[in-house]
Design a protein around this ligand. Structure first.
Ligand SMILES: *[C@@H]1O[C@H](CO)[C@@H](O)[C@H](O)[C@H]1NC(C)=O
Ligand SMILES: *[C@@H]1O[C@H](CO)[C@@H](O)[C@H](O)[C@H]1NC(C)=O
Ligand SMILES: *[C@@H]1O[C@H](CO)[C@@H](O)[C@H](O)[C@H]1NC(C)=O
Ligand SMILES: *[C@@H]1O[C@H](CO)[C@@H](O)[C@H](O)[C@H]1NC(C)=O
Ligand SMILES: *[C@@H]1O[C@H](CO)[C@@H](O)[C@H](O)[C@H]1NC(C)=O
Ligand SMILES: *[C@@H]1O[C@H](CO)[C@@H](O)[C@H](O)[C@H]1NC(C)=O
Length: 354
């Protein structure tokens, strides 16, 4: 069968060959990819979270909006060659109005592209997307990748909707059009945590409110969403999709025996998933070390999912670059394995050398 190749995709191919991405490739420096940034209009979203120890909330918020000053200086000081920026949680995912969410994602993506345009040697970007409408999300992802040179998307967990009893999860069939675009563009999707909604907090966390957030609810809420992608067969239908999970995989690779064993019982009840959760960590899922610098746990995960599924990240500015860099530089790994974690996998996943 003859297939007609649209002229636009030929031009795109020519353009991408002619202008292969240039980045600050020192051959040894680190790459960090779960690194937050935001615009002044959205700073209110970050103003109520506890800042890092010994930082005032104002210092923390200043670090969030900065790119070229203290952020870059700390990258130089800690040997980070390249950083991928994304919109600080919850960004678009807490915007209940679809029209507003779509407009805001468009603006944020353009702003980020413009802000890093004079230093793409050091900075790349993940797209922010409104997930109210999967077709629209797919088109905006395509626009950011093809026209703005973005390296993928970062979604802050579920999308809130105007109806506060409905939350949107991307493991439903209506998101197939989105995962098809992710496949076609061959870019990774980073699944990042977000705060719960008022309703969920009231029901599940009011009894011990300290656990809403990065100590507990971020990991439990997001890991359920990621396991939903597995359980509902997204990776069976879209075997080339690459999903990145931060904070050492939001605890999933720490508990694979139990999850896989128990899911066997659901198979007889119609669980559509074709493989095991463990197997998706060898085909579709990747983790980063963002904000989880636990050496023993890393070693355990290397045994569970393999060193080639794990890459460095800091989680700046929630965590300092010094803390992340000192840890990863001091890991008891040989040089090849160390470089693989610090940069090798990121170069491959982001297609930096393409
Ligand atoms: C915070 O500052 C105090 C006083 O300078 C210091 O002792 C402590 O180690 C700091 N904590 C962290 C986590 O940096
Ligand atoms: C930004 O983060 C750095 C650590 O990465 C910290 O030393 C500094 O106080 C923070 N705030 C400002 C405004 O630079
Ligand atoms: C490349 O990154 C290193 C940190 O790994 C930094 O010291 C160096 O100045 C950077 N070079 C350029 C041209 O930005
Ligand atoms: C890029 O622009 C920003 C803002 O004007 C400036 O602070 C920074 O020094 C510029 N970086 C480069 C590499 O020109
Ligand atoms: C979803 O987005 C697509 C593409 O922009 C559009 O054609 C469609 O009308 C939208 N659907 C709804 C329900 O808004
Ligand atoms: C959720 O929506 C219902 C109906 O609009 C409203 O009565 C309720 O106050 C909302 N809950 C919160 C926590 O906003």
């Amino acid at each position: 069968m003859n297939r007609v190749v649209p002229i636009s995709s030929i031009l795109y191919l020519l353009a991408s060959c002619a202008f292969a991405r240039k980045w600050n490739n020192t051959g040894i420096g680190k790459i960090a990819i779960e690194e937050a940034w935001t615009v002044p209009d959205l700073l209110f979203q970050s103003a109520t979270i506890p800042p890092p120890i010994n930082q005032t909330i104002d210092e923390f918020l200043a670090n969030l909006t900065d790119i070229h000053n203290q952020r870059l200086a700390h990258m130089d000081a800690t040997g980070i060659d390249f950083m991928v920026l994304s919109c600080a949680t919850p960004c678009i995912q807490s915007m209940t109005d679809p029209v507003m969410a779509e407009q805001m994602a468009f603006q944020i993506n353009n702003q980020l592209a413009q802000d890093i345009a004079n230093n793409t040697l050091r900075f790349g970007a993940f797209a922010a997307l409104s997930m109210h409408n999967a077709s629209q999300a797919a088109l905006e992802l395509e626009r950011t990748v093809k026209e703005l040179g973005f390296l993928g998307a970062l979604l802050n967990d579920f999308q809130e909707t105007p109806d506060n009893s409905t939350l949107l999860y991307y493991d439903q069939p209506e998101y197939d059009v989105f995962w098809q675009m992710v496949t076609d563009l061959d870019v990774p999707v980073y699944m990042h945590p977000r705060p719960n909604t008022a309703e969920v907090i009231q029901l599940e966390f009011q009894h011990a409110i300290w656990l809403e957030g990065s100590s507990q609810s971020f990991a439990t809420t997001l890991s359920t969403h990621v396991l939903g992608l597995c359980a509902n067969g997204i990776f069976d239908r879209f075997p080339k999709v690459k999903v990145i999970v931060g904070h050492l995989g939001e605890r999933i690779p720490s508990d694979l025996f139990r999850i896989d064993e128990q899911l066997k019982r659901s198979l007889v009840q119609g669980l559509p998933m074709k493989e095991t959760i463990t197997s998706y960590w060898h085909t579709n899922l990747f983790e980063t070390t963002s904000g989880n610098f636990a050496t023993d746990l890393l070693q355990f995960h290397i045994g569970q999912i393999g060193l080639d599924r794990i890459m460095f990240s800091v989680d700046y500015p929630y965590v300092t670059m010094e803390e992340g860099a000192t840890w990863v530089d001091g890991l008891p790994l040989d040089e090849q394995d160390s470089l693989q974690i610090k940069r090798g996998l990121a170069i491959e996943l982001l297609g930096l050398d393409k």
